[in-house]
Design a protein around this ligand. Structure first.
Ligand code: FES
Ligand code: FE2
Length: 397
């Protein structure tokens, strides 16, 4: 099941990709072209972002009947709607008449029908064509044949995922080993109280690889190292379309903030360990979920080009924290804004460094086992297999 061929292989040297799949300790990073070549980027957009489940936003952005939102999925975009019965739908954001986008990508609206802005073809919230000017009595025109193309959509802990291929296995199956880790945070009931949007001049995989190791932390994150020992914690070894690990908080530190103090409320279902730990999870291909004792931070990566990625970063808190008079999410958002910028700066430098024709894929340190898991998941995808983390890392000799 894991090795089934689902994509054509990526336009990369197969021998170079195979080097990334050698056992941990012997492997090399992905070939330079994987980070810089527009042809590889186009392949990824089609087969990794548009070819399976990917996160397109939060349930709260399409909360009530008539709420609609358009978001990028691979090379195209998807229109999300919430129907009267509360069901969430995802449609190709392309009118069945001549293809106009039904809503610009990134826009939201609230209406009880979907009206194409070009010639006003009108669809119900469930995608059925309701009106097409001038077509009413046209012989042979059957409105029922011209509904919007629907894609599989699912909600998972307050996040919306769409399967651009229409054929992927259920998302929950690929995340089953993650369920017990994420469930106590009750993300579906949390409230987004902070948001920063970033534009990084770096490939999406460089940003993700950076997320998966703290080998760099002593060099670039003095604030982070003050509250969390960079060599603490461990990475998970479980199969699925995710990679993750955890780190400890230093004694006396309640959360990740500049002084280690929390100005929120601990999440109510966490046990003692959960209150002393920060968990970092990447759900392939585009989501980074960082679980703290008193808040959750979510990075949603939206690749724009081989060397450019938009990043939507949101901070989620317990409703009982947000409802407190004078609640200020700044203790979390300022800490991570500083840390995020340190990371993007490093990642942009990696992107520039990989621009050199003399750059060759390097080896991974013993502290980069989660990078290895991510890289091997991507490399399997490049070979035409399903992108899948086996969760296995052999020890570095
Ligand atoms: S393209 Fe939508 S109504 Fe013409
Ligand atoms: Fe970092």
């Amino acid at each position: 099941m894991v090795s089934q061929s689902v994509y054509p292989p990526a336009p990369l040297d197969p021998a170079a990709v195979a080097l990334s799949l050698r056992p941990f300790g012997e492997s090399r990073m992905l070939p330079r072209a994987a980070y810089a070549d527009p042809a590889v980027f186009a392949w990824e957009q089609r087969h990794m972002f548009g070819g399976g489940w990917m996160c397109v936003g939060r349930s709260g952005q399409v909360a009530g009947p008539g709420d609609m939102r358009a978001e990028a999925v691979g090379a195209g975009s998807v229109l999300l709607t919430r129907a009267e019965d509360g069901a969430l739908h995802a449609f190709a954001n392309s009118c069945r008449h001549r293809g106009h986008e039904l809503l610009p990508c990134g826009a939201s609206t609230q209406q009880n029908v979907i009206i194409c802005p070009y010639h006003s073809w009108t669809y119900g919230l469930n995608g059925g064509l309701q009106a097409a000017a001038g077509f009413k009595n046209r012989p042979g025109f059957v409105a029922g044949e011209w509904g919007l193309a629907e894609l599989p959509v699912t909600e998972w802990h307050g996040l919306i995922f769409v399967d651009g291929s229409g054929t992927a296995a259920p998302l929950a199956d690929s995340l089953s080993a993650l369920e017990d880790i994420v469930a106590p945070y009750e993300m579906e009931r949390l409230v987004v109280a902070g948001r920063h949007d970033y534009d990084a001049a770096a490939n999406w995989k460089i940003l993700t690889e950076n997320y998966h190791e703290c080998y760099h932390c002593p060099m670039i994150h003095p604030e982070l190292c003050k509250v969390s020992p960079p060599r603490s914690g461990k990475n998970y070894s479980a199969p699925g379309i995710w990679v993750g690990g955890c780190m400890d908080l230093r004694d006396g530190m309640a959360t990740m903030s500049l002084d280690g103090a929390s100005h929120g409320v601990p999440l109510r279902k966490l046990d003692d360990k959960g209150l002393r730990t920060v968990i970092y999870v990447n759900i392939f291909p585009n989501l980074l979920v960082s679980l703290h004792p008193d808040y959750v931070m979510v990075h949603r990566l939206v690749p724009q080009a081989a060397d450019r990625t938009q990043i939507e970063c949101t901070w989620w808190f317990a409703p009982e924290a947000v409802e407190r008079p004078g609640f200020d999410p700044g203790y979390a958002t300022e800490f991570w804004d500083i840390t995020n910028r340190q990371d993007w700066q490093a990642c942009e430098s990696v992107q520039r460094g990989l621009g050199s024709p003399h750059a060759v894929p390097g080896p991974l340190s013993a502290e980069e086992d989660a990078v290895y898991q991510f890289v091997t998941m991507v490399a399997r995808g490049y070979q035409g297999e399903r992108a899948w983390n086996t969760g296995v890392t052999a020890p570095v000799s």
